[in-house]
Design a protein around this ligand. Structure first.
Ligand SMILES: NC(=O)NCCC(=O)O
Ligand SMILES: [Zn+2]
Ligand SMILES: [Zn+2]
Length: 461
């Protein structure tokens, strides 16, 4: 049914204004003052912000990793994302080495179809260098709506690619109008440090962080940027966690190189002491790169503020504490990497960014929605509230005070990284193409209503 959102404050990456939003057939048809209702259902947003639905460009749902599979799939995961205000994700399709990219893409479509409650696109991870694989890159851009390709510089003997692979992917992606994303950590150095730790009998979760130092991230970030410069290609650095990596990105951007940085909310608010929690609790925070010493947070906030970091992704990649994280009870290197972060991506940035005065409302929207939509070929269908855009809209109640807890989250994962955090603000209503997914804080969506959104070729203006 057509809707008219009234009395709210509409926030986009460029404006904050008191306005009504008219929705017909799933798209925004007008934004302005005192719009006529024309028989539409009135949605009262009095006292609330009206944000474009969040776009999370870094998610891993139903992903095999570390000898197990993420506990959240496209159903529970996307319900969790929607609860937090995200209406579009771009999930990483993991290339199975030895098979075609198309083969893996077909599997990822199968995982999502009939399950997702919000819209989704796919990035493609490239795992090997065969000519047939590289030849698929332009085909995926032109025919399959995949215009972002991920290369891992870490996870030795598993996902890690050689520099040559990264360089070739950069060359081919550039020609095909695609964007290359890198997980930038020096996997060889980390492998040596892990060997040393285990040989000394250091098996506790904290050694995950101690064997993946910030220098290993800074070095790989700078190397990836140089390889992109050599290839004349743009590059996107996923999940930046430390001062060294921000500085490498900043240097490149100052000399005019198209380098785009992403961080994730957990790196802004969690710190190294989380690994020192009693017993095996530190395993909950095992992800790569690891959570850093608190002193790195300032560099991340500065990067978000000044534009060196342009996107907030979640890197949602959840494994239960019981039974899954416990796989590494005797050896930290066997703890599956990742955490349940997708549901609170916007909530954490709203509290620690907007409420605590580090960023303004338009910047919040830019970081959680607009720039990701632009970089990954979804804008202006996604990422804004404008005439012709999909009516993916969040009515955000800033007056709510709440305590984050696994007991109340929608994700299936059995813990929250942010347990006990007290925050302001909550997505009250979440609309996907004009239909409620959440209404008055209740899930009212249905699995399968989320649709695949093909990316346009990469272009950044
Ligand atoms: N981040 C993490 O630990 N797990 C997900 C895979 C990745 O993004 O590296
Ligand atoms: Zn990664
Ligand atoms: Zn990731």
């Amino acid at each position: 049914m057509n809707k008219l959102i009234k009395n709210g404050i509409v926030v986009t990456a460029s404006d904050v204004q008191r306005a009504d939003v008219a929705i017909e057939n799933g798209v925004v048809t007008a934004v302005g003052q005192n719009l006529p209702d024309n028989g539409a259902e009135i949605v009262d947003a009095d006292g609330c912000y009206v944000f474009p639905g969040g776009v999370d460009p870094h998610t891993h749902l139903d992903m095999p990793f570390g000898g197990t599979v993420t506990i959240d799939d496209f159903e529970s995961g996307t319900i969790g994302f929607a609860a937090g205000g995200t209406t579009t994700i771009v999930d990483f399709c993991m290339h199975e080495k030895g098979k075609s990219l198309q083969h893996s893409l077909d599997i990822w479509h199968e995982k999502a179809r009939g399950k997702a409650v919000i819209d989704y696109g796919f990035h493609m991870m490239v795992g090997d260098l065969r000519d047939e694989i590289l030849d698929e890159i332009p085909k995926l851009v032109e025919e399959q709506g995949v215009s972002s390709f991920k290369v891992f510089m870490a996870y030795k003997n598993n996902l890690q690619a050689e520099d040559k692979t990264l360089f070739r992917v950069l060359q081919r992606a550039k020609a095909a109008k695609a964007l290359v994303q890198v997980h930038a950590e020096n996997g060889d150095v980390i492998d040596a440090l892990v060997e040393d730790a285990l040989a000394s009998g250091n098996v506790e979760p904290v050694y995950h962080a101690l064997t993946r130092p910030p220098e290993a991230e800074g070095e790989a970030t700078a190397r990836a940027i140089e390889l992109a410069r050599l290839a004349g290609a743009p590059i996107y650095i996923v999940h930046v966690t430390c001062r060294e990596a921000v500085e490498a990105i900043s240097r490149a951007r100052r000399r005019g190189q198209p380098v785009f940085g992403e961080t994730c909310e957990q790196y802004l608010v969690c710190d190294h002491t989380d690994y020192e929690r009693p017993g095996f609790e530190g395993a909950k925070y095992v992800m790569s790169p690891p959570i850093r010493e608190k002193s790195h947070q300032e560099a991340l906030w500065n990067g978000l503020f000044n534009g060196d970091l342009m996107v907030l992704g979640s890197d949602q990649c959840s494994f239960n504490f019981k039974g899954q994280k416990e796989l590494g009870k005797e050896d930290f290197s066997k703890i599956p990497n990742g955490g349940p972060t997708g549901e609170e991506r916007m909530g954490i940035l709203y509290e620690y960014g907007v409420v605590q005065g580090r960023i303004g409302l338009s910047k919040f929207v830019d970081l959680t929605s607009t720039t990701a939509a632009k970089l990954f070929g979804l804008f202006p269908k996604k990422g804004t509230i404008a005439v012709g855009s999909d009516a993916d809209i969040v009515i955000w109640d800033p007056n709510v005070e709440r305590t984050i807890s696994a007991a109340t989250q929608y994700l299936k994962c059995d813990y929250s990284l942010f347990e006990g955090f007290k925050v302001h603000g909550k997505a009250r209503d979440v609309l996907l193409r004009g239909e409620y997914v959440f209404q008055n804080n209740e899930f009212v969506g249905a699995p399968g209503t989320g649709e695949y959104v093909p990316q346009k070729p990469f272009e950044y203006k």
